[in-house]
Design a protein around this ligand. Structure first.
Ligand code: SF4
Length: 276
């Protein structure tokens, strides 16, 4: 079956690579898609559905929308778009918005607390709908922004996992858009005619200061040196652990053993003769 457009074909190829590289979807899976109504979650849903129709493995999809309780949130538009496409949808009404208002400290950005609360709801619903995987709409730009945020502000060299087993081992979270850029996801959602819905919370579109700076930095770099973001994404899959200072990766005993091994290994002289 042919894809709907050249863009869909290109993105399907990228998603398939992520699925194969990280073993994201298996035969018989019931994949629950976190569908906020934002451009990324729509791109994820539409593309997984396009793959599902063509994939050699059989899997099913169920979209789950977590309604935070904000009055103007257009969950009806999400329900209508899913119904038109025959997508199974569950909308979960919660009071996450109120909880954030109560718990958030003055001046703090609500998004990480919000994400944690939503994650808890998704884990609960995954059990109720019999999901074997929970798919989230983080794309390649999220991966490299998170890498830089951790590098600059958290003293850690890490992005986010493409596949994550929850601490209690009951859930598997997958990120099939890992190789797809934000711009591509935006174009694809627009092309598919899906209604992008804002989350309607007071912080909607208000990124934290650090994330804003990282986004601007990447934008500037990419303008001056096209391909920088692609190179960063490639770097995430090309880690030279021995060239880092993490002693968990490079225990001193092993470093010593390495030195000892190389000092007893015959070396070659310029003329090719072994030098011990
Ligand atoms: S913008 Fe609002 S709804 Fe969206 S993640 Fe942040 S707190 Fe949650």
């Amino acid at each position: 079956m042919a894809y709907e457009s050249a863009l869909e074909k290109k993105l399907a190829r990228k998603m398939t690579k992520a699925i194969v590289d990280f073993d994201l979807v298996e035969d018989g899976d019931r994949v629950m898609v976190g569908l906020s109504g934002g451009k990324d979650s729509w791109a994820l849903m539409q593309l997984l559905d396009a793959l599902r129709r063509r994939a050699p493995v059989a899997f099913t999809l169920v979209a789950v929308n977590v309604h935070s309780g904000y009055r103007d949130y257009r969950h009806d538009a999400i329900a209508q778009a899913c119904a038109e496409r025959g997508w199974e949808l569950r909308i979960e009404h919660t009071s996450i918005g109120e909880i954030i208002d109560d718990k958030l400290e003055e001046g703090a950005t609500p998004c990480s607390l919000c994400a944690r609360l939503r994650r808890g709801v998704l884990y609960r619903i995954a059990g109720e709908v019999g999901a074997t995987k929970i798919a989230l709409g983080h794309h390649a730009d999220d991966f490299i922004e998170t890498l830089l945020l951790n590098l600059f502000f958290a003293g850690a060299l890490k992005a986010m996992p493409a596949r994550l087993v929850s601490d209690d081992r009951r859930h598997v979270v997958i990120r099939p858009l890992a190789y797809i850029g934000e711009e591509e996801a935006r174009d694809y959602t627009r092309q598919a005619g899906l209604p992008v819905i804002g989350c309607c919370c007071p912080a909607c579109g208000d990124l934290g200061l650090q994330r804003q700076r990282v986004k601007r930095l990447l934008l500037d770099l990419e303008r001056g040196h096209p391909g920088v973001k692609q190179s960063m994404l490639k770097a995430l899959g090309n880690v030279a652990g021995r060239h880092l200072l993490d002693r968990r990766i490079n225990p001193v005993a092993e470093l010593r053993a390495g030195v000892a091994a190389s000092s007893t290994r015959p070396r070659r002289s310029a003329g090719g003769a072994a030098v011990v």
